[in-house]
Design a protein around this ligand. Structure first.
Ligand code: ZN
Length: 299
């Protein structure tokens, strides 16, 4: 008569499993929140602290965010010095594991050829924090997140790794699609002029050159000298279009476009801050590839 007892036990175990509270994960970047959902699936509840459409550059945790992080098993940061407050945060959180998802991924430096005077995370000669513009990087990041989740929730390890693998496969398809779309852009037009130094990893992966533009960050004013230098560089490049960004003022880029005869492309999404249908990593890449192809491909 052991059979009914055993199967009863299994039912109990299964029920306990199904009703186990999901693991709480906090994210300090909208794209890390997206990644946590992709990898964690139903086993996790994700707190997107920056929030859809928000800028991870301008984010500073408030008391309500701290409370959410304190109750989380895991906090995901982008890393590569994107979050200047991270060491203070780690001290405050003590017991909570904070993972810098980008830490072990390959780094690019912000170009040293031009003095573009951007804010610290974008300053010349420092590590470019925008690693999420590489599709390959995001695929590796999925595994980093899977292992970090498994450490906190070993029972879910297989789930996390399977989810990361499935997501990685989808990103492989995205990468192939992006390559075939961008192949429509002739070699001479494979140049990206954008509002801030965010597209280095994208440019490297898809064979584009980033034209260093002086002080085009929306948070600072450009001197007339910087502007003149940028206009000269854009003219010299012969590029057909330049790209504003969703969350940045297009004013400076508009004046460069007027001075050079280049057209203004559709605004790109730089820091994962797309909203609605454009929220999340895959939608960001699709949007940017479409905008770039439309503006720079041969007619
Ligand atoms: Zn940025």
């Amino acid at each position: 008569m052991t059979q009914p007892i055993l199967s009863g036990l299994f039912t109990l175990v299964a029920a306990a499993h199904a009703s186990a509270a999901p693991m709480q994960v906090s994210a300090l970047h909208p794209l890390m929140a997206d990644l946590a959902r992709q990898v964690g699936g139903e086993r996790v509840t994700v707190f997107d602290l920056v929030g859809e459409g928000g800028s991870p550059h301008r984010f500073e945790p408030r008391p309500a965010d701290l409370a959410k992080m304190q109750s989380s098993a895991l906090v995901l940061a982008a890393g590569k010095n994107l979050e200047p407050y991270l060491s203070r945060l780690k001290e405050t959180l003590k017991e909570v594991t904070v993972v810098e998802v980008g830490r072990t991924l390959p780094s690019l430096m912000v170009g040293t050829d031009e003095d573009h005077g951007a804010n610290p995370p974008h300053a010349d000669g420092t590590v470019d924090p925008h690693w999420w513009h590489g599709v390959e990087n995001m695929r590796r990041a999925a595994r980093v997140v899977a292992l970090a989740m498994a450490e906190q929730d070993p029972a879910g390890k297989v789930n996390y790794l399977l989810n990361a693998g499935a997501y990685g496969e989808r990103l492989g398809q995205l990468q192939r699609w992006a390559r075939s779309e961008l192949a429509k852009v002739p070699q001479a037009q494979r140049k990206l002029v954008t509002a801030h130094h965010a597209f280095g990893y994208f440019a490297q992966e898809f064979g584009f050159e980033v034209i260093a533009v002086a002080g085009l960050n929306n948070e600072q004013n450009n001197t007339p000298q910087e502007l003149a230098k940028t206009i000269a560089a854009v003219r010299l490049s012969g590029v057909k279009a330049i790209f504003p960004e969703r969350t940045a003022s297009a004013k400076v880029l508009q004046s460069i476009a007027t001075a050079t005869g280049a057209s203004l492309g559709e605004p790109l999404i730089a820091d994962g801050n797309g909203t609605g249908k454009e929220a999340g990593f895959e939608a960001m890449i699709r949007h940017n590839v479409d905008a770039i192809t439309k503006a720079l491909a041969a007619p």
